[in-house]
Design a protein around this ligand. Structure first.
Ligand code: SF4
Length: 283
């Protein structure tokens, strides 16, 4: 969840700047029925297959989609999946606790939130501890700032997220079962939480891809994305947040990556392997 300062930076700085820069209408998701957004191939890839460039040549997608070789998930992927799962469960638990007690029994709600079962995985435990402390602070802050706040408004104020929103990517020639995280700040912000990784040049493509799909499905503009880097060092969680303005350039980059990878699969073109590849790649 962004801090109060980051929220202000987003609402008063990043979002107005994104509006000033604007986006060409042909690159809004709702323009999916004409080029450049119109998908030239019938290859419904997942969004991470398009946006991910951990494999520089894209042979991971070729191996999965053309050769039918599914790679074993590596340690990083397993950890990321487990932490995302924990976070989703915790958010549901925290919202449920707040709704069950309401603003009338806020201390009981805070106590209930603390009853979330401690996960076995040390990183998940640290994450839950961090979020629990942070939400307690946000609840007290909101209650003192808005003493007459209602329960639903309080939940929206302290937990403004939807994790795992399902989306149909068919308008953009992508998979029909995409799932994204969203920050709801009156203005939708695509959220990408990345565990245990450094910043990579291609990370903003994921945000652009989901913004395009959201625009195609709901026909409202999505101008900003947020990548949260969560890293664990010596049992401590370090969070870094990076806002991205989803302008023409990053949208076009995503579309080019989509076309390139779909062509590779449609024409069964082996892109060749990268340096230091794993055996499953069959190079
Ligand atoms: S082993 Fe190399 S070529 Fe194969 S998917 Fe991994 S990085 Fe790409």
């Amino acid at each position: 969840m962004p801090t109060a300062e980051e929220r202000k930076r987003l609402l008063r700085g990043v979002i107005p700047r994104a509006r000033r820069l604007g986006v060409d209408d042909t690159l809004r998701g709702w323009s999916w029925s004409a080029p450049p957004l119109l998908s030239p191939y019938e290859v419904p890839l997942g969004l991470s297959e398009v946006a991910g460039a951990y494999c520089e040549t894209g042979r991971d997608v070729y191996a999965r989609r053309v050769l039918g070789i599914e790679a074993e998930p590596n340690e990083k992927m397993l950890l990321g999946g487990a932490l995302h799962g924990t976070l989703r469960d915790w958010v549901v638990h925290a919202k449920r606790s707040l709704y069950a007690c309401g603003v009338g029994r806020i201390e009981e709600a805070v106590e209930r939130i603390r009853t979330f079962p401690a996960p076995e995985l040390p990183e998940a435990k640290t994450l839950v501890q961090y979020e629990t402390d942070a939400i307690e602070f946000r609840i007290r802050e909101a209650m003192s700032q808005f003493p007459r706040i209602g329960t639903d408004a309080l939940v929206a104020q302290v937990l403004p997220v939807t994790l795992g929103q399902m989306l149909d990517g068919a308008f953009l020639g992508l998979s029909r079962r995409l799932s994204t995280d969203l920050l709801n700040l009156g203005e939708p912000v695509v959220l990408d939480i990345i565990f245990d990784d450094e910043k990579r040049d291609f990370h903003p493509l994921t945000l652009a891809g989901y913004a395009l799909v959201l625009e195609a499905v709901y026909e409202f503009p999505v101008d900003v994305g947020l990548t949260v880097y969560a890293n664990f060092r010596d049992g401590r969680l370090r969070m870094e947040r990076e806002f991205t303005i989803l302008g023409d350039e990053v949208r076009m980059e995503f579309i080019e990556a989509r076309d390139e990878k779909q062509r590779m699969v449609a024409d069964a073109m082996d892109p060749g392997s990268c340096e230091g590849c794993e055996a499953w790649c069959g190079r």
